[in-house]
Structure formats: structure tokens, C-alpha cells
Design a protein around this ligand. Structure first.
Ligand code: FAD
Ligand code: PYC
Length: 413
């Protein structure tokens, strides 16, 4: 055993630097309290410090950072959305992803693979054309391609899908990428810590003190903190926090499951999604196949995973790739997706002064982590919604001005 490793093992002082500082105690006051130590909460803390000089910030996480949907997602990054609001927002996020590894001095394993949304019907081809036109209009690289193009990029595919659902073509989005999810939480966490924010794990928010319509503090499992500004970034736990402040939202929670195979030789470069077969697949840099399907069809707040899911997903996947029949599934899991009726997020100011929402991220929020941090920090620093999120505010449900993104949500329905 190397001497350095032995010395580390027996030392009581942890001689190696930790990713971020451990704070024994909570302070009695912070300028901003962020509920949720997922990518979104940590990115908000990072950009509050970096862009706005606001460093008296606490991120409160009831478990461990990245232990929610950030560490459970399948890491697809893309900007080929359907609405102008969505395309501009996610395009900004894709731009931000490009420099993140360098900003953090941490390898996020960001890998540009290209993303195919397969079309098996004429009406799916029409939606792909629609998306391609909107994307191109806003400078996003997307195009409709034919089945031969798909075959050239994924030679192992059975274009007939075992005769069940022949592939007619696809929306091809060259910028489509994947990254390592937990590193994103660590990178933003370390960056926020270096700028003075405090990260408190094992610290649950149990109540929010609102007086005369204004935030005054939060009650946590480790005591009361006074603050005038709270960001709620808790994904599948959003309805529980909204109950604390008596805000109604149309968010409903469905489990979203995923699974990975044992590592196998590299054979799949791009990311493939089939809305009709309800499957998507990519191959990680370790050789594992990362696979998912649609939401579980029932509303339940649980991260239980099911045999039904593995069977359904495998059978559809084998339609596309029959040669995978002997590959073993290694792991499966679930996250709680906070779904909105129009498949767009809910962001920004709320009827309660000082209470800001970063929610409704359903099955699509990992890719948005950087732009959420940027726009939420701006919104809190200026107490005014960032221009990129004006299509995502809570009051759109009251005003019947939805941002219909369902046609671009990949596997959500
Ligand atoms: P989270 O990472 O869930 O963080 C919220 C945190 O809040 C949690 O850590 C939780 O413990 C904490 N919390 C909750 N309540 C409290 C409380 N009372 N006090 C303190 N802390 C609290 N998106 C994509 O863009 N691409 C994909 O390929 C993709 N695939 C997905 C696959 C699966 C299986 C799942 C489940 C989701 C997927 N998503 C994907 C969606 C994406 O994972 C989420 O939208 C995103 O990670 C949300 O990040 P977050 O930081 O808001 O939430
Ligand atoms: O948003 O691209 C996405 C996605 C794929 C799987 C889950 N979400």
C-alpha cells in the first residue's frame, strides 16, 4: 500500500482538502437562503457570488448534495426545444456548459455526441420539421434527416424496429451532449464555497416564516434562521415547500425511472430518443448503456423502481437493437419529477415578497442547471425576473398564457 494512502487512512485530521468547507454551526441570519443542494440550488449560490457579489448565502440540503434528481438523471444536454422561450433559454445553457470544466478546474466529462429524436410516423416527422425551423430561426443547429443518415451514425440500429415501428427519419441536433452529473453538483458547490457561501448538508427546511406577505426566515431541523430572501430549488419536493407558504401550483409528481447496463465495448456514439417507443439510450464513457423511458403513469411521491419498468424498456429497446438481448442490466433507480401541465418550468418571483421559485423541472432540468443558476441569481439580486425566464413565471397559469413545450420533452408523456 502506498505510504501516502496509509497516512491518510490513519490520520484523524483529514490531511487532504475537502471539496468544500464543513461548517459546524448555522448562523442566525443569511442574506439569501437556498433550499435544495442539487445542481440548481448550488448553481444559484455560485452565480450569486460570482456575478453579483452576494456571498452571505446558505444552501440547505436535507440529504447530501447532488443526492436528488441531479445525481439520478441521464445527463442529456440539448437545446432543440419547440417554443421560442425554450429554445433561447436552453441555448444559453448549452453555451454556458462549454466553459464549465475550465471555470471549475474540474473535469465534467462533457462529451458532445449529437442527439437524434427518431420519427416513426408522418405526424412525428411534421413535429420534427416544426422544431427544426424554430431552432434554426434562433440559431440552434437542428435539421431533419432521413433514415439512412440515422443508420450511418448508429450502424447497429434495426431501422424497421423489428417491423413494429419503422424509422422514417429524425430531428438531428449536433450540439446534443452528456456530462457527469455528480461532478456538476461538486463543481458548483466548491465554486460557491470558495466565494463564501455555506453549504449545510443534513439540514432540512421544516417551515418558512412569512409575515404580512414577506419572507422573514426559515425553520430548519437545526434551528431558526432569519432571512428576507429564499430560493426554493427542491425539484420533486416542491409541493411540500409550497404548502409551507400557502402557494398553489399545478405541479404534480410522477416517478421517472432509469437504468444502466454492464459496461460493454463502445458501439454507440450519439444519443438516441424515440418518443413513439418511449425509450432513449446513450453509452457512457465507461461503456455502460444509460437508458430510460417515460414517466411512471401514476402520481406518487416515491423513488421506488419497478420490474415492470425494466421489462417494458428492454422490450422496446430490443426492437431497435436486437443484438443487445444478452446484455445485463446492472442498476435501476428512480427520481421524483415535478411535472407542469405545459412541460415548461416555473421560475422567478412569486406572490410572496422574497420567495423565489426554481421548479417544474420534471424530466428536463439537468441541462438547464447553468442557466438556472445565472437567471435565478440575477432575479434575486435585482428582485426582478431575468428576461430569459419571463415565459416561465407562475402567473402564466392564472393568465392562461402557457408555454407549450410538450412536443420537445423527449420522454415525458
Ligand atoms: P435536485 O437535484 O433534485 O435537488 C433538490 C434537492 O432538494 C434534493 O437534493 C433534496 O434532498 C433537497 N430538498 C428537498 N426538500 C428539502 C427540504 N425541505 N430541505 C432541504 N433540502 C431539501 N434532465 C435533463 O436535462 N436531461 C436528462 O437526461 C434527464 N434525465 C433524467 C432522468 C431521471 C431518471 C430523472 C429522475 C430526471 C431526469 N432529468 C433530466 C431531470 C433532472 O434530473 C432534474 O430536472 C434536475 O436534476 C433538477 O435539479 P434540481 O437541482 O432542481 O433538483
Ligand atoms: O430532457 O433530454 C431530456 C431528457 C432525456 C431523458 C430525460 N430527459
Amino acid at each position: 500500500m502506498p505510504w501516502k494512502l496509509l497516512r491518510f487512512g490513519v490520520s484523524k485530521k483529514h490531511p487532504e482538502p475537502r471539496m468544500f468547507t464543513y461548517h459546524e454551526k448555522l448562523k442566525t441570519h443569511y442574506d439569501v437562503v437556498i433550499i435544495g443542494g442539487g445542481g440548481h440550488g448550488l448553481a444559484s449560490a455560485y452565480y450569486l457570488g460570482k456575478d453579483h457579489g452576494i456571498t452571505d448565502v446558505a444552501v440547505l440540503e436535507k440529504g447530501y448534495i447532488g443526492g436528488g434528481n441531479t445525481g439520478r438523471n441521464t445527463t442529456i444536454i440539448r437545446s432543440n426545444y419547440l417554443t421560442p422561450e425554450g429554445v433561447k433559454f436552453y441555448d444559453e445553457s448549452v453555451n454556458l456548459w462549454q466553459d464549465l470544466s475550465q471555470d471549475f478546474d474540474l473535469n465534467l466529462f462533457y462529451a458532445n455526441r449529437g442527439h437524434f429524436t427518431l420519427a416513426h410516423t408522418d405526424s412525428a416527422m411534421r413535429t420534427m420539421r416544426w422544431r427544426a425551423e424554430v431552432n434554426k430561426h434562433y440559431g440552434v443547429n437542428s435539421e431533419v434527416v432521413d433514415a439512412d443518415f440515422v443508420k450511418r451514425h448508429a450502424p447497429m440500429i434495426d431501422l424497421s424496429c423489428s417491423g413494429h415501428a419503422p424509422i422514417l427519419g429524425a430531428l438531428y441536433h449536433a450540439p446534443g451532449s452528456v456530462a457527469r452529473h455528480d461532478t456538476v453538483a461538486w463543481g458548483y458547490g466548491r465554486g460557491a464555497d470558495m466565494r463564501g457561501a455555506e453549504i449545510h448538508q443534513q439540514t432540512e427546511v421544516l417551515g418558512i416564516d412569512v409575515q404580512s406577505g414577506k419572507v422573514k426566515g426559515v425553520l430548519t431541523s437545526r434551528g431558526y434562521i432569519s432571512t428576507n430572501k429564499v430560493i426554493c430549488a427542491v425539484a420533486g419536493y416542491t409541493p411540500r415547500i409550497l404548502d409551507m407558504v400557502d402557494i398553489k401550483s399545478p405541479i404534480y409528481i410522477h416517478p421517472l425511472q432509469a437504468m444502466v447496463s454492464e459496461p460493454i465495448k463502445a458501439w454507440l456514439d450519439p444519443i438516441l430518443v424515440s418518443g413513439s417507443l418511449h425509450v432513449y439510450i446513450s453509452q457512457s464513457s465507461r461503456g455502460e448503456l444509460v437508458m430510460g423511458a417515460s414517466l411512471d403513469p401514476y402520481e406518487v411521491q416515491s423513488t421506488r423502481s419497478t420490474l415492470d419498468f425494466v421489462e417494458g424498456l428492454s422490450s422496446h429497446l430490443l426492437d431497435m437493437f436486437p443484438f443487445l438481448s444478452n446484455v445485463k442490466v446492472m442498476r435501476q433507480w428512480a427520481g421524483m419529477a415535478d411535472m407542469t401541465p405545459d412541460f415548461a418550468p416555473i421560475m422567478g418571483k412569486t406572490p410572496i415578497e422574497g420567495f423565489y421559485l426554481d421548479a417544474g423541472w420534471g424530466t428536463w432540468g439537468f441541462k438547464a442547471t447553468p442557466v438556472c443558476g445565472k437567471t435565478m441569481s440575477h432575479t434575486v439580486a435585482n428582485d426582478s425576473n431575468h428576461p430569459l425566464i419571463t415565459g416561465f413565471t407562475l402567473d402564466r397559469f392564472r393568465n392562461f398564457s402557457l408555454t407549450g413545450e410538450k412536443g420537445a420533452a423527449s420522454v415525458g408523456h
